[in-house]
Design a protein around this ligand. Structure first.
Ligand SMILES: Cc1cc2nc3c(=O)[nH]c(=O)nc-3n(C[C@H](O)[C@H](O)[C@H](O)COP(=O)(O)OP(=O)(O)OC[C@H]3O[C@@H](n4cnc5c(N)ncnc54)[C@H](O)[C@@H]3O)c2cc1C
Length: 404
């Protein structure tokens, strides 16, 4: 006989990934809605360091979930790649919207609540234990509540407690720093409707990029992403960000927030009996650091796996990792992980940076992927074509890069 539990499903974390999972599950099995509980240790609105870029994939995923964007946003129809004095502007078929996560996430929580999903805030997952023989998970919350559930979803972000028990990946996390600042008047025309990705600091040891995105209310969202293929301390990354912003006339305030983020790895298992990870707990895009769309796209995959488990009574979730890997989100993440291992390698980045800066077709393809109109992982012929062209053009492109 199936044991009684307090809730069929408990979702730890009410960020985009947790909300997407709960909303998708409630839409799939409406009768389950009152048996789902989302827990978040924070109270909303809460801050979340983030560039706040909602790409075409995020828009598409939100549309599938029926969650409109109801908060202030700035549309960017163009991305600019910068390296030294070289710049390349790339048009995006579908604009990326920049939102403030404090507002965006709180609104998603509100929309989920309006659908009848219970979201307890200010109450986190403190500990849990899978009782395989009883076929349930016992959890204790930070408020001391003891609850049982058949499925625990780890949507608890980069510091995920659920992820820790799965030993998902042994690679150190990405480091990201972010702040929101007043836009200097002189920068306004440059930044209007345009996201800037500046790779100049790679010559100084950064293995990643610096971004400047226009934010709501005439402000700008700035930050840096570093891949730890080179050891650079948090203070050094912050120093590099400060230095990299200077040519734009932007002064970084003290206290830019640093944050770790696990990289998605296709071979890593993101589930175990009675447990699933989504969003940052499962790993984000290693090339761009993008993770909002990732969480929004993984939520429905997790919901499908949970619905099947509740029907079949098989809570092993043996197929979940493969289902994510096979989906568009998993294929794009796996491709970006490979591209990141080239571009952010300890040595030799200029070979790949010159491909990105000087190959128009490659830029268009990546822009289409960001816009959500192309699945880049499925464009192997076009990617191989770009690599073939680069094999011949690399010496000249590298010379141009050195001149830049
Ligand atoms: C500086 C920076 C810039 C970024 N820029 C972008 C960008 O421009 N575009 C993009 O797409 N992505 C970006 N990302 C990634 C993006 O922010 C994340 O991938 C995204 O927030 C993941 O959503 P999530 O729901 O998995 O996790 P989160 O948004 O982190 O939500 C997790 C939630 O879990 C809660 N929680 C934590 N522990 C517990 C617990 N024990 N119990 C209960 N709740 C818990 C937290 O309070 C939080 O609300 C950026 C990340 C960083 C750090």
């Amino acid at each position: 006989m199936t044991p009684a539990v307090d809730r069929e499903v408990i979702v730890a974390g009410a960020g985009p990934a947790g909300i997407a999972t709960a909303v998708a599950l409630s839409a799939r099995v409406p009768g389950l809605t009152s048996r789902i509980l989302c827990l978040d240790k924070a109270s909303f609105p809460r801050d979340k360091p983030c560039g706040g870029g909602l790409t075409g994939h995020a828009h598409a995923a939100l549309a599938v979930l029926g969650l409109p964007i109801r908060v202030p946003r700035v549309a960017c129809g163009e991305g600019r790649i910068v390296y030294g004095h070289r710049t390349r502007d790339v048009a995006l078929g579908r604009p990326v919207d920049i939102v403030r996560r404090r507002e965006f996430d709180a609104d998603l929580v509100e929309q989920a609540r309006a659908r009848g999903i219970e979201i307890a805030t200010g109450e986190g997952l403190a500990s849990f234990e899978v009782d395989a023989r009883a076929g349930l998970v016992r959890i204790v919350t930070s408020a001391g509540r003891r609850l049982t559930t058949r499925v625990l979803v780890g949507a608890d972000g980069a510091g995920s407690r659920v992820r820790r028990t799965l030993a998902v990946d042994d690679r150190p996390p990405l480091r990201l720093f972010q702040a929101e600042v007043e836009a200097p008047a002189a920068l306004a025309p440059t930044i209007a409707g345009r996201m800037i990705y500046d790779f100049s600091l790679m010559t100084r040891g950064l293995r990643g990029y610096l971004w400047l995105f226009p934010a709501p209310d005439g402000r700008i969202n700035v930050g840096a992403m570093h891949t730890p293929t080179r050891k650079v301390s948090g203070a050094e990354i912050e120093g590099l960000l400060r230095e990299g912003l200077r040519p734009y006339g932007v002064a970084l305030p003290d206290g830019a927030r640093g944050w770790p983020a696990w990289r998605y790895r296709a071979s890593a298992s993101i589930s175990a009996p009675h447990l699933l990870c989504v969003g940052d707990a499962a790993g984000i895009d290693a090339l761009t650091g993008e993770g909002i769309a990732v969480g929004l796209e993984q939520g429905p995959i997790a919901a499908a796996a949970i619905a099947t488990a509740l029907t079949s009574g098989d809570f092993a979730f043996a197929g979940y990792t493969a289902a994510v890997r096979r989906a568009v989100v998993g294929r794009e993440l796996a491709l970006d992980d490979r591209l990141a291992s080239l571009l952010y390698a300890r040595h030799g980045f200029s070979v790949w940076l010159s491909l990105m800066l000087f190959d128009r077709r490659m830029q268009e393809l990546y822009a289409a992927r960001v816009s959500g109109s192309e699945v880049l992982a499925d464009r192997k012929t076009a990617l191989l074509g770009a690599l073939g062209r680069h094999a011949f053009a690399a010496p000249a492109r590298l010379a141009m890069l050195r001149l830049g």
